[in-house]
Design a protein around this ligand. Structure first.
Ligand code: 4AD
Ligand code: MG
Length: 431
């Protein structure tokens, strides 16, 4: 009799006979022994088939197995310190489910376009699996942080009648006879939710029809958006650094194997603990000009600027107090210097760019009305948002963390396309 087991759990069955549903990752043979590299999604284990110890039928079945063939394999679990997992399976039975022919992704090198065209299969590779496991751990740790710190999860709508982050990169769709847009950010709705529930956060997909083809931009990406009533800019920064430290340290603790398997320098992540350094936009401009960048005060930073600033630090850095003119309409001006706003972008170390954008929000009804005039925003479309300032307005702050950029940074990937199961980029909607 055999017990069904995941590869992840074989350590509980040393000396016992188990059956594992698996795929063939790879195979080697030395004439009298065949080594089956098995994977089942939870881990990897080597199955050893010894010719002198199995029937001819099992031996021949093992021989017929090709890369990505599926099977139920039965065997005795043994400790094997020389193997990567620490365990090995001495095979006693094989039940072939499906023999695969000509699997397109072979162990040789393939180009990125080819791999992206076969993303549905590429996901099975060691590295892509490790990235998806780390992504899942990041999501788990994000929710753990907010769920244990008094936040309530709230889901903003995906279909919206108007825009939150500017009108240039909206996806337009028909909503029966009306016009609608895919959400760019749940923020404005989260502000309404914060007035109802205090501290809230959302986790969901957002869409930007950005014509930028960079290593950091996706058309569809997932955002975590906390919004907090009675929290000012300063307190929001403290929450952000605690939150990011928690997420990174959770991954270090729970995904060490995966991080090692993709070659990530873990010591760099172990160092990510609050507090994080801060510089103002003004200081950043002075620094950049000193480095030879030709950037006047009032202009927004691009990737090269962010990277130059981030290189000075081995932790994420907050850039605060941007000019009001280059930031969103809802950001609260600094009372001491109204030309800048109480905002911060968090820039990841090692050149991974902006991972968080956030600010304190305007709570004064008059000022919000002025901003509406300046930005030509339709009062009709946003009456509900103005209502938040009319009825019991309070100081509040929030921010948005881009999940895919966070995965890229924590995994050490040079492109966001590998951070999401099925990336939507400027030129890719398949598979
Ligand atoms: O800085 P952004 O545009 O901020 C907002 O949308 C605010 N409404 C958030 C808030 O305060 N609730 O976007 C936030 C983060 C960025 O820092 C970045 O990590 C990510 O979202 N992001 C993208 N990630 C991948 N592809 C894109 N095209 C992205 N655009 C933004
Ligand atoms: Mg931003």
């Amino acid at each position: 009799m055999s017990t069904k087991s995941d590869i992840r759990n074989v350590s509980r069955h040393v000396g016992e006979t188990v059956t594992i549903g698996a795929w063939i990752n790879n195979k080697r043979s030395s004439g009298k022994i065949q080594f089956l590299q098995l994977r089942d999604g939870t881990g990897y284990i080597q199955g050893v088939v010894v010719k002198s110890e199995v029937s001819e039928e099992i031996w021949n079945d093992a021989k017929s197995l090709t890369q990505e063939s599926s099977l139920y394999v039965t065997g005795v679990v043994r400790e094997e310190p020389r193997s990567q997992s620490g365990y090995e399976l001495t095979v006693t039975g094989i039940e072939i489910i499906h023999l695969t022919e000509n699997y397109p992704i072979t162990p040789k090198e393939h180009g990125v376009d080819f791999l992206m065209d076969h993303r549905h299969l590429w996901l099975r590779s060691n590295k892509q699996r490790a990235i998806m496991v780390i992504r899942a751990e990041i999501i788990r740790a994000v929710q753990e942080y907010f769920d244990t710190n008094g936040f309530t999860i709230v889901d903003p709508p995906i279909l919206t009648p108007s825009s939150a982050e500017g009108t240039t990169n909206l996806f337009h769709i028909k909503y029966f006879d009306e016009d609608a847009y895919l959400t760019q950010s749940g923020q404005l709705y989260m502000e309404a939710a914060a007035m109802a529930l205090g501290k809230v956060y959302s986790f969901g997909p957002t869409f930007r029809a950005e014509k930028s083809k960079t290593r950091r931009h996706l058309i569809e990406f997932w955002m975590i958006e906390p919004e907090m009533a009675f929290v000012d800019h300063e307190e929001s920064l403290r929450i952000q650094e605690q939150f990011i430290s928690h997420v990174v340290q959770s991954v270090v603790k729970n995904c060490r194997k995966e991080l090692e398997s993709i070659g990530r320098d873990i010591s760099k992540l172990e160092n990510i603990k609050a507090p994080f350094p801060r510089i103002t936009y003004d200081e950043a401009i002075t620094f950049l000009q000193g480095e030879g960048f030709d950037i006047p005060w009032g202009e927004d930073f691009g990737a090269p600027h962010e990277t130059a600033i981030a290189e000075k630090y081995d932790k994420p850095v907050f850039i605060t107090h941007y000019p009001a003119g280059i930031k969103a309409f809802y950001m609260k001006p600094d009372p001491n210097r109204p030309e800048v706003v109480l905002c911060a972008d968090m820039i990841a170390p090692e050149g991974y760019g902006e991972i968080i954008g956030g600010s304190q929000r305007i709570d004064d009804p008059k000022l919000m009305e002025e901003r509406f005039e300046e930005h030509n925003l339709s009062r009709e479309a946003y009456q509900w948002y103005l209502d938040l300032r009319t009825y019991g307005s309070v100081p509040h702050s929030g921010f948005g963390l881009g999940l895919e950029r966070t995965v890229a940074w924590i995994c050490g990937l040079d492109h966001v396309r590998e951070t999401i199961p099925f990336p939507r980029t400027l030129y890719r909607l398949y598979p």
